[in-house]
Design a binder for this molecule. Sequence first.
Ligand SMILES: CC(C)(COP(=O)(O)OP(=O)(O)OC[C@H]1O[C@@H](n2cnc3c(N)ncnc32)[C@H](O)[C@@H]1OP(=O)(O)O)[C@@H](O)C(=O)NCCC(=O)NCCS
Length: 184
Amino acid sequence: MRYPKECVLKECQEVVIRPLARDDEPLLLQFFNEIPEADRWYMRYDVTDIGVIKKWFEHIDSDTVDSIIALSGDRIVGHGSLHVRGFGSTRHVGRFRIVIHPEFRLQRLGTWLTLDLIQLAMDKGLEILRTDLVAGIEDVAIDAVRKLDFVKRAEIRDYARDPEGNHHDLVVMIKRLHRGWGDF
Ligand SMILES: CC(C)(COP(=O)(O)OP(=O)(O)OC[C@H]1O[C@@H](n2cnc3c(N)ncnc32)[C@H](O)[C@@H]1OP(=O)(O)O)[C@@H](O)C(=O)NCCC(=O)NCCS
């Protein structure tokens, strides 16, 4: 993948996509602080915790996580991460997650970042891409990845809880990867 990559969004805003870099820490913290709590609840980490973000940057060169960001000027407006185990029975599987700043949603930025993570996963030789999403809460993301050829491979009933304590099903969305886009 050639970075930095310029993209023009639906409303003609220009954003630049590139890998997360060492000195992006303050920008990333600011970005996550502007993500609504209701969205952050479903992430695996408390990304407003400075300790969590510091740890990410300490391991920025790790082989198990790749992060890409979208910038509008010097503001981060989107973040995507691809996680691999690098060992054992699921070393051929990647997991990913995307978050877009509310002001930049519905302009295809989530799709751009997802496509880049799919390409990155293919470049790494992964065979399966997986994302776990909460039914009834993250339906937009479920529909969006379905359009990119992900299929629902499992549903764990009443697995996730919302902040009010209500249970929701967790949906496991899977995409089988090919060696190149031409193999579709
Ligand atoms: C889910 C999320 C990443 C989508 O990002 P986005 O940049 O708004 O998505 P896009 O503009 O690329 O839209 C992708 C598709 O979803 C649809 N979509 C996006 N938001 C929508 C909404 N609120 N209502 C209806 N459809 C919506 C778009 O119309 C588009 O469909 P199309 O290709 O047929 O036009 C973003 O809403 C977000 O960050 N949500 C909170 C965190 C989250 O749920 N992350 C998902 C974990 S992978």
